[in-house]
Design a protein around this ligand. Structure first.
Ligand SMILES: O=C1O[C@H](COP(=O)(O)O)[C@@H](O)[C@H](O)[C@H]1O
Length: 237
């Protein structure tokens, strides 16, 4: 595991963007699972502004690690957030974008999206393999849309499952643990003091770490990198 502790959110955005641009250079095609959340917003703005013309977006293929079951125009949509902060500002072919259809029936969409992953990503031991999975970690230790009260979803034999947000009851489609841990690289983007206790437990394997889905992230043969600001990393420094 590699841990990068940066001064602030802007430095996280800069450092991750440099890493992303470098990774893109080394690949003929880069298949990336995106996340929602607060940190990716800043990262997407930075990427678009500073690497918008440098990166060859024709070879980048975007997917989502999780999506809220709402239409793509809804302010809750992870796809809409990505359009607003990244996709609308770069030149990327429409056929490189594989969004979760949040407006569809959740169960049917989880099956459909799982098939999309199987049909468009390279398979490694029969499991779709991303070059890069970007993850956030919620204040409760959730990642993608696998929440502590439904941690069993992690071990599903399916590529995607339907999850329910524990407070709002909102349905979500999420990739499962087998897809996350099959990736060549997994990058956590985590910022803010509200995450510091969970960051400590997950990284140091302390306290209740076993009940947090973020603790299950451990790529089988790939690389795991945490990009954090000082506030999130306070308890591990
Ligand atoms: O609901 C979600 O939250 C997590 C974490 O988001 P954050 O704002 O606490 O950083 C995110 O990874 C996930 O994609 C999103 O749907």
């Amino acid at each position: 595991m590699e841990i990068q502790v940066l001064e602030n959110k802007q430095e996280v955005a800069k450092t991750f963007s440099e890493y992303f641009a470098q990774l893109a250079k080394t690949k003929e095609k880069l298949h990336v699972a995106l996340s929602g959340g607060s940190t990716p917003k800043i990262v997407f703005d930075y990427l678009a502004e500073n690497f918008g013309t440098e990166i060859d977006w024709n070879k980048i293929y975007f997917y989502w690690g999780d999506e809220r079951c709402v239409p793509p125009t809804d302010s809750e949509s992870n796809y809409k957030m990505t359009v607003d902060h990244l996709l609308s500002k770069i030149s990327i072919p429409d056929e490189n974008i594989f969004r979760v259809l949040g407006e569809n029936d959740p169960e049917e969409e989880a099956v459909r999206y799982g098939e999309v992953l199987e049909n468009t990503l390279p398979l490694e031991k029969g499991i779709p393999q991303f070059d890069l999975v970007i993850l956030g970690m919620g204040d409760d230790g959730h990642t993608a849309s696998i929440f502590p009260n439904s941690i069993y979803l992690w071990d599903s034999s399916r590529n995607c499952k339907v999850a329910t947000h524990p407070d709002s009851g909102q349905k979500r489609v999420t990739i499962t643990g087998r897809i996350i841990n099959q990736a060549e690289e997994v990058a956590f983007l985590v910022t803010g003091a509200s995450k510091k206790e969970k960051v400590r437990e997950v990284i140091k394997r302390e306290g209740e770490f076993n009940s947090y889905p973020a603790s299950m992230v451990n790529p089988t043969s790939g690389k795991l990198i945490w990009f954090m600001d000082k506030d999130a990393a306070e308890k591990i420094s």
